[in-house]
Design a protein around this ligand. Structure first.
Ligand code: 13P
Length: 254
């Protein structure tokens, strides 16, 4: 759909200590062959971002993402890490992941402010959207995606849209082994791109990078990447296995 490289993001979630993250990065650097047409991003624990960033300085083989951030730049917010603090350390920040929405009670307002904070701090948000099993069963997938995209991008201008990545991750497909059908993914992606076109214009919809996530593995990656509206993948469990992650990256080449 656009001229960007295929974007493959590995979300490590709450796995690996600082030391393990460093060892895992070394393993990836040794094992992974990254084609020039593919951009690879890994999202370690926030704690490891500094050390991994220094480790990668020499090679720049991968880019980094944070898994979350807070929207205020600084202040009395115990336990939070701001987008402002991540600036210069990561290129991307995952925002509104379904685990944040459902396990930590993040609502659209938080997500909208976080997306804005990431853009304000010169990074790129990966805005996650997706329907629950119940919403799917009720035939409400389209409404859910529409609401989440509208709310998530409400503070963003057309000029800022080139920074935005949206990941469609059906909640029921995350970590379940039950990956979505390509026909359903194609329909969801089309809907999201059309909505961005309606909200921000044609150029924004062409520039937008759309990722699929939810039980992606080495065997099913190719079918999603072959869809015209899919520009990459957001990978959870399979990104913790260097060989499988390598297979996914290899399938992105073709
Ligand atoms: P799995 O690939 O483990 O299903 O996780 C997907 C995900 O949540 C990536 O952010």
């Amino acid at each position: 759909m656009n001229t960007h490289k295929t974007l493959i993001v590995g979300n490590w979630k709450m796995h690996f200590t600082i030391g393990e993250s460093s060892m895992f990065i070394r393993k990836l650097e040794e094992q992974l062959k990254i084609p020039s047409s593919v951009e690879v991003v890994v999202a370690p624990t926030t704690l490891a971002l500094q050390s991994v960033s220094l480790q990668l300085k020499h090679h720049r083989k991968f880019k980094l993402a944070a898994q979350n951030c807070f929207w205020r730049d600084f202040g009395a917010y115990t336990g939070e890490v701001s987008a402002h603090m991540l600036r210069g350390l990561t290129q991307y920040v995952i925002i509104g992941h379904s685990e944040r929405r459902h396990a930590f009670g993040e609502i659209d307002k938080d997500i909208r402010l976080k997306v804005q904070a990431v853009v304000r701090n010169q990074m790129q948000p990966i805005l996650c959207v997706g329907e629950t099993a119940q919403e799917r069963a009720d035939g409400d997938t389209g409404f859910t995606l529409h609401d989440q995209v509208t709310a998530g991008l409400a503070n963003i201008t057309s000029e800022e849209m080139h920074r935005i990545v949206i990941a469609y991750e059906p909640v029921w497909a995350i970590g379940t082994g039950e990956n979505a059908k390509t026909t359903d993914v194609a329909a969801a992606m089309k809907l999201i791109r059309k909505q961005v076109k309606d909200l921000f214009g044609k150029q924004a919809s062409l520039d937008l990078r759309l990722l699929y996530g939810g039980s992606v593995d080495g065997a099913n990656a190719t079918q999603y990447l072959a869809l015209p509206d899919v520009d990459g993948l957001l990978v959870g469990g399979a990104s913790l296995k260097p060989e499988v992650f390598g297979d996914i990256i290899a399938s992105a080449k073709s």
